[in-house]
Write a protein of this length. Structure first.
Length: 296
């Protein structure tokens, strides 16, 4: 079965991108989000990025928008035709448990479910679905039209034919499928990246050094184009905050609370990163664009 109708649950940072990229690639997309107007706003806001980075004309961008056939707060309505549901709801186990329990009740039998969760592994969430053979994870990177990888990871219960269909779908929406063959926290990219970001945030929370200095050291020493705090600003601070809260709940290690407290103060002040104009840097002309940034 080739997918035709795709439902994206959650139209935040990632969900809006997944929905639009899928619609632009010719699929009929339904968006489920608890606020219709914020979903609409997020989708519309992608126009500038797609036009700048992919050179889409107004008509081409609109053709993608026209394939978003419904935006709704009603889960049953959202999935009634769905071949495939991609979930991009906030990174909370409680919320995802509730969602998958409800989804299992209202989705047609044919529907395949995928989570875009960054920190949970499929065996943690598959417990809440009624169809383990049709459940897996499809994990995208922020700004999916440019950083176009999709990490695909199932459980030992995932039907190999379902896995292959999702690999094929990834190519159809112009992602490079990254097949992850064993369950791994953080898939491939985050398994490499998170220890770097986590260590950087701990150095900041402990007062060992400040974000700009940490970035400079990393960038000069490794000839890397970005430092960990530049990456955090690009990703947005809400997900890292949620992840540090989860880590604190799981380990009770004080350092995770210290990091979460510092991130929370920034999020509460509206300084959530690039998207809000301020995070660890100030946008649209961040300090690292200054030619002297790496020299002083
Ligand atoms: P986000 O907070 O930006 O978006 C979440 C969306 O869900 C919002 O639009 C919100 O209105 C909606 N929502 C919240 N509760 C809801 C509910 N009960 N019912 C319906 N809609 C609800 O989050 P995000 O950064 O897009 O992350 C979403 C998922 O994607 C997480 O699992 C995260 O781990 C993963 N992810 C995020 C990134 C990233 O860079 N931000 C990258 C890869 C994967």
């Amino acid at each position: 079965m080739a997918f035709k109708n795709i439902t994206v649950a959650g139209a935040g940072v990632l969900g809006s991108q997944i929905a639009y990229q899928t619609a632009l690639s010719g699929f009929k997309v339904t968006v489920y989000n608890h606020h219709v107007d914020t979903a609409q706003r997020r989708l519309t806001a992608l126009k500038e990025d797609y036009q700048r980075d992919l050179g889409l004309s107004d008509e081409e961008f609109q053709a993608g928008m026209d394939n978003i056939v419904n935006i709704t707060t009603d889960l049953k309505e959202a999935v009634q035709e769905a071949d495939y549901v991609i979930e991009a709801l906030p990174e909370s186990l409680e919320l995802k448990e509730k969602f998958y329990t409800e989804l299992s009740e209202v989705a047609p039998e044919k529907t395949i479910f995928a989570s875009n969760s960054s920190s949970f592994v499929p065996s943690q969430l598959v417990k809440y679905v009624d169809r383990p053979a049709k459940y897996l994870h499809m994990h995208f990177a922020n700004k999916i039209w440019r950083f176009n990888v999709a990490e695909i990871m199932g459980t030992d219960q995932t039907d190999p034919a379902v896995y292959q269909e999702v690999v094929d779908f990834a190519r159809q929406i112009k992602m490079v499928p990254i097949e992850v063959h064993k369950e791994q926290h953080g898939y491939v990219l985050n398994a490499v990246l998170m220890p770097l970001i986590g260590s950087a945030m701990q150095l900041w929370a402990k007062g060992v050094s400040d974000p700009h200095t940490i970035d400079k050291d990393w960038m000069i020493s490794t000839n890397s184009p970005m430092g960990p705090f530049m990456i955090l600003d690009m990703v947005g601070l809400r997900t890292p905050l949620q992840m540090e809260n989860n880590l604190y709940a799981a380990t009770h290690e004080e350092i995770h609370k210290q990091v979460a407290d510092k991130l929370k103060a920034m999020v509460d002040a509206g300084h959530v990163g690039q998207e809000s104009g301020q995070g660890f840097y100030h946008y649209p002309h961040p300090e690292f664009e200054d030619p002297s940034f790496l020299r002083a």
